[in-house]
Ligand binder design. Sequence first.
Ligand SMILES: Cc1cc2nc3c(=O)[nH]c(=O)nc-3n(C[C@H](O)[C@H](O)[C@H](O)COP(=O)(O)OP(=O)(O)OC[C@H]3O[C@@H](n4cnc5c(N)ncnc54)[C@H](O)[C@@H]3O)c2cc1C
Length: 399
Amino acid sequence: MSDKRTMFPQDGADGGTTGRDGRRRLVLVGGGHAHLEVLRRLGLEPIAGLETVLVAKELNAPYSGMLPGLIAGTNSLDDCHVDLARLGAFAGVRVVHGEVDGIDRTARRVTISGQAPLDYDLLSLDVGITPGMAGIRGGAAHGIAGKPISGFHPKWLDLLARCLTPGGPREIAVIGAGAAGYEIAHAVRRRIMAEADARGIDGTAFGFTLVAGGSLLSGSNACARRYARSELIAAGVRLVEGDPVAEIAADRLVLKSGRELACGAAILCTPGRAAPWFTETGLPLDDDGFFAVWPTLQSTGDDAIFAAGDCAAMIGQERPKAGVFAVRQGPFLAGNIIRRAEGRAPIPYRPQRHYLALLSDAQGSAIAVRGPFALRGRLFSRWKDHIDRSFMRRYKDLL
Ligand SMILES: Cc1cc2nc3c(=O)[nH]c(=O)nc-3n(C[C@H](O)[C@H](O)[C@H](O)COP(=O)(O)OP(=O)(O)OC[C@H]3O[C@@H](n4cnc5c(N)ncnc54)[C@H](O)[C@@H]3O)c2cc1C
C-alpha cells in the first residue's frame, strides 16, 4: 500500500469542511462496474482526510458479462457477483444499503429512500440503467425484465420451474436482439432443454424465439450478424427481425404488423432508460435523460459530481451502453476522483471507438466482434470466460 495522501490541499486548514471530524466526504452511489475499481483503488491508496461512503441498492454487485452463464447453469450466483460489504471493508469505506432518489445540490446532499440523507463534498454516480419496456403494451404485467439482474434471477428460476411442469410455458420469447438478448436466448434454450432432458420431458415441445425490433445485433458488422443468424438456426431459436413487439399478452406476442406469435413467457432485453430522478437533480442530461459528462467524467454542470458507466453520456464521444465502457472508465474515474480530491486537474478519458465483444452461444462457442471484423469458434468462448473470471478475481481476491 502506498502512503496516505491528503485531500483538498487548496482549501487550507478548515476551508469548507463539512464538519465530520474535519474530514471531507466522497459519496459513491451504486456498485456499478466503474465503482468497483474506485473502491479497489481507495483500498490500495487510502487518502487521509477523506471519508468515503458507498450507497448501493444491491449489496451483491452483479457482473452482467457472466449472467448468460448463470442462466445456462455454467456459472454460480457467487461467480457473477462481487460482495460490496467485503470490498467496502477492504477499501475502508462505509457501505449503506439503500436507494438514492435525489440530489440536493444546494445543500450538497443525496437523499436516500426511507433513510437519513448524506452530505457530500464529492459525489460519483454509477447507477446503470433502469429496465425499459420500449413502449410495449403489457410489458410490465407479462414481461420479465433482464435488468436489474437481482430482480431477474429469481424470476428466471421461477420460469424455469414452471417450464418443467406439465401445463407450464412451452413457447419462450426473448425480446430485444442486441448482445444481451442474443446471449440470453441461447442460454435460456440450453438450460430449459438440459433440465427437460434430465427429467425425461419431451424437448421438442419447447419453442424459442428471439424478436429483434430492427435487425439482429444492429450495432455489429454484417459478418457477425451472419454468424449469429447461423448459430441461432443451429440451436433451433427462431429469429424474427424488422417487426417490433407492440404488445405482450398472457399467451402471445402481438407484433407491430399485427402478426401474432404464441408466447407463454417473454424476457425483455430491450434498451434500458434513465431513472426518473435524474431529471430532478437539475444536472445537465443528454437527449435520453442520462447525465452529461465531460471526458474527465465530471458532470458538465457541476465539477464536484462525477458519473460513469451506463448512467453517463460523454458529450461529443457517445458510445453504446455496454459493460466494457463502464469497466474501462473505472481506472480513469478512480484516478480523477483522487486528483480532484488532491486539488489536481482531472485528466480526460478517451474511449476507444472499436471494442471487442465476445458473444457466447452457451454451447462452448462464441463470436468475436471488433469493428469490421468477426470470427467465431470455441477458443473465443474460453477467452471470454478467462476475461470474465479475471475481472471478478480483481475484486474478490482482495481480502
Ligand atoms: C443480460 C445482460 C448481459 C450483458 N452482457 C454484456 C456483455 O457481455 N458485455 C458488455 O459489455 N455489456 C453487457 N451488458 C451490458 C452491461 O450489463 C451494462 O452495460 C453494465 O452493467 C453497465 O455497468 P454500470 O457500471 O453502468 O452499471 P450496473 O452494472 O448496472 O450497476 C449499477 C449498480 O447501481 C445500483 N443502483 C442503481 N440505482 C441505484 C440507486 N438509485 N441508488 C443506489 N444504487 C443504485 C444497482 O443496484 C447496480 O448494482 C449486458 C447486459 C445484460 C442485461
